[in-house]
Design a protein around this ligand. Sequence first.
Ligand code: ATP
Ligand code: MG
Length: 219
Amino acid sequence: MLSVKNLAAFYGESNILNNVTIEVAAGNVVCLLGRNGVGKSTFLKSLMGLVNTPKGSIIFNGREIINDATYRRARQGIGYVPQGRDIFPQLTVYENLLLGLEMTGSKGQVSDRIFTLFPILKTMLNRKGGDLSGGQQQQLAIARALATNPKLLILDEPTEGIQPSVIKDIGRVIKQLRQEGNITILIVEQYLEFIMAVADYYYVMEKGQIVAEGLTKDS
Ligand code: ATP
Ligand code: MG
């Protein structure tokens, strides 16, 4: 479903990624791990067309999207939650959830399904995004990405700075989504316990290259 081959990525003249090859099979949960600064977030950004990628290929659902002039359309179907808290503090929880749906007119997709996955959000619809705790904001960011019904969900360090009970909640959501089976999930993650709990397969990155990969033993 997602196949990346020999990808190179640059910020200006700086070469960040080299020959990165990753496969994410349909319905699987795949984790990418590695030390700070090795290029994990850059890799996710390159999938979203946010970084200069002069070499390699990215095939999403059978379609080459790396240099797609209409990449916005090509990337419809990908939900991306960047590293850090991507929440608009002045908007309510409900308004934050609607972002991205307004344009397609499909507000109904902020549905019971989202609130079944994230019950905490249903109790907070009128609160300002900025008033939520870090863990609640992270759940809101993931819920928002899911509200567009993506085929591929990309999460950049969803457990960063989040307390263990909320990490468990997020892990439960990912397992639930995997069981439902209509989505493929790629996660950049450092927290090993979380990776073992949710992932089918992992890749390890060092200095912009993949240096190890394998099945996670619990899956
Ligand atoms: P972390 O675990 O800290 O999130 P990471 O593996 O996600 O790290 P990246 O954010 O991809 O690492 O950064 C990879 C390299 O690219 C780092 O050396 C970083 O300094 C550099 N870098 C990141 N963003 C930019 C940018 N916008 N312009 C130039 N260099 C950048
Ligand atoms: Mg990062």
